[in-house]
Design a protein around this ligand. Structure first.
Ligand code: PGA
Length: 252
C-alpha cells in the first residue's frame, strides 16, 4: 500500500439476509481471520444488530444500521431511531442506499436529514450516491452525482463517509470497470474539494460498491481515488469478504 494512502474501509451490507445463527457464525469466521489491512464495518438488518455487536465486542470491526429515521422518536411504525441504533451497538449507518431511494422513495433531502440525525447521535453516516443505467446512458452520470452529493451535504453532516454505488452495478454481477469507477470517484473528490476544501477532500474515504468480489477487488482498489468497498452479495460469505478485505492490503 502506498505510504500516504487513506486507510481503506470495507463495509459488508447484509441487506435482508441472515438469521442470528448465520450472523454470529459469520462474525466468528471474520474475527478468526486475524489482523486486517482495512477498517471493517458490518451492516446487518435491525433484528440482528444486538447479536452482531455482541459477537464483535473487543474487536476492531464496527457495526452499523442500514437506515435511520430523522426524528428522535415518535409515531413512525417500522422505523428505527438514532438512539436505538446506538443502544444496539452501532457506530455507523447507511444513508441513501439506492434500494432505500428506490423501494421507499427516499429523496435527496431526506438522505441529508438522516445523515444529520446520525451524526447527532455520534453515528458516522455512510452516504451512498450513484446513477441508474438510464442516467448513465443519457450522459447524465456526473449531473446526478453532483445533485445527490450537494443535496446530502449542503447544511448536511460535518463528518461522513461516501460510497459511489452505480445502481446498474448493484447485485447485477456487472461491476464498473476500474476506469469508470475511478472517473466517478475523481469527480466526487473534486466536488468535495469545492465544498469542503482540498485538504478535507483529500482525507475523505470514497468507497466503491456494486458487484465487488474477490476477483475484481484488487484491480479496483489499485485506482488512486478508491478507498475501499461497500460489498453486498459477497459480504455474505466470510471467505469472500475476507479476500476482498485482504485485497486492500497490497498494491497491484
Ligand atoms: P452488491 O451490493 O455487492 O451485491 O452489488 C452492493 C450494495 O448494494 O451495497
Amino acid at each position: 500500500m502506498s505510504p500516504n494512502r487513506r486507510r481503506p474501509l470495507v463495509g459488508g451490507n447484509w441487506k435482508m439476509h441472515f438469521l442470528r445463527d448465520d450472523a454470529t457464525r459469520f462474525c466468528d469466521a471474520l474475527l478468526a481471520g486475524g489482523a486486517l489491512p482495512a477498517d471493517v464495518v458490518l451492516f446487518p438488518s435491525f433484528p440482528l444488530l444486538h447479536s452482531v455487536a455482541e459477537a464483535l465486542t473487543g474487536s476492531e470491526v464496527g457495526c452499523g444500521g442500514q437506515d435511520i429515521h430523522p426524528a428522535d422518536k415518535g409515531a413512525h411504525t417500522g422505523d428505527v431511531s438514532g438512539a436505538q441504533l446506538v443502544d444496539a451497538g452501532c457506530s455507523w449507518v447507511l444513508c441513501g442506499h439506492s434500494e432505500r431511494r428506490h423501494d421507499h422513495g427516499e429523496a435527496d433531502d431526506l438522505v441529508r436529514q438522516k445523515a444529520v440525525t446520525a451524526l447527532r447521535y455520534g453515528l458516522t453516516p455512510l452516504i451512498c450516491v450513484g446513477e441508474t443505467q438510464a442516467e448513465r446512458q443519457a450522459g447524465r452520470t456526473f449531473e446526478v452525482l453532483e445533485r445527490q452529493l450537494r443535496a446530502a451535504l449542503t447544511d448536511g453532516p460535518a463528518t461522513f463517509t461516501l460510497a459511489y454505488e452505480p445502481v446498474w452495478a448493484i447485485g447485477t454481477g456487472e461491476t464498473a470497470t476500474p476506469e469508470i469507477a475511478q472517473d466517478a470517484h475523481a469527480f466526487l473528490r473534486g466536488q468535495l474539494g469545492d465544498m469542503l476544501g482540498e485538504t478535507a477532500a483529500e482525507a475523505k474515504r470514497i468507497l466503491y460498491g456494486g458487484s465487488v468480489n474477490p476477483q475484481n477487488a484488487a484491480e479496483l482498489i489499485s485506482k488512486p481515488d478508491l478507498d475501499g468497498f461497500l460489498v453486498g452479495g459477497a459480504s455474505l460469505d466470510p471467505e469472500k469478504f475476507l479476500a476482498i478485505i485482504r485485497s486492500c492490503g497490497s498494491d497491484t
